[in-house]
Design a protein around this ligand. Sequence first.
Ligand code: DP6
Length: 328
Amino acid sequence: MKKVNIDLCSWPNIALIKYWGKKSGQTPLNPSLSVNLNRAQTRFTGQISVHDQKKAQLRLNQFEDKLQKKLDEFSLQHSWVNQLLLELQSENNFPHSCGIASSASSMSAFAKVLAFSYQSFFDERPSMEQISSWARFFSGSACRSIEKGWFLWGQTELHANTSDFYSVKIDQIHPSFSQLCDTILIFDDSVKQLSSTEGHQLMENHPQKNQRRQRANERLEQLLKALAEGQTEKFCHLVEAEALDLHFLMMTGLRPYSLLSGLSLEMIKSMWKFREEQNLFITFTIDAGPNLHLIYPLKNQNMIQRWLADHPLKDSFTCFEDTLGEKF
Ligand code: DP6
């Protein structure tokens, strides 16, 4: 019986245009755009073998039942996985619930495990589009984490070859954005009240659904231009508007809720003031939680770290330092 050893990793991404809301078949309501983190990673190790069996068998150190259920659904379209016995361990090197979407890194890593198995046992290498589409099935945002770089997911006229089923790489990135740091301020590491999957569901009958789709498309058009031309001020404005739109949508749905904390808002106001005084390139985004991603170029790192070290709120957060993009 053939066995292969697995040692594969993947990384989270941070969305600058947010995926929020789904259409049928795990496709997005609007196109989204993200860039990878570098230091934060999920690693899968273990062994995979092929057996004469009717159903894929998964042994995993965490979330085994949840992933087995997803794998069973996946096998309805991909019957080849039914022959696999996957004996795996997964490990994240970043704190749980810290504002980094662990589902993107773990589910993209799992899609890479499936791709490696397919190649090993069936002698065919799946394309990047196929692997991205497999990752999307397990978690939407994971389809943007197959390779490093800036990725766009969702069909749009604004860029060539886009699809609702997989992400495509954006190559036109100005050098102003090629060495970005991401300092994640963790205000609260408790598990959130509402998962992203539940949040997406609440978009189905959201009064702002059509306007949201339009806003995301308009911002995407402007962001692609800003990224290509090096418009850093425009970049900051768009990224912040998108982050705040995500939280506005949570608060204005038919079942309103908020994942922001007073501290995240205090910090945003303080960053705006600091930026104006220093005339620096620094911006923020937030995912579905209270924790803030401060994004700025490497050349400003010392100054921003000093500002954070002396900050009046410094005892209210811990920092996770990372970098963005593929140039590090
Ligand atoms: C706020 O990809 O976690 O991070 O497809 O249900 O697994 P599922 O949702 P998920 O949603 C991520 C939402 C987000 C924005 C983004 O990453 O684009």
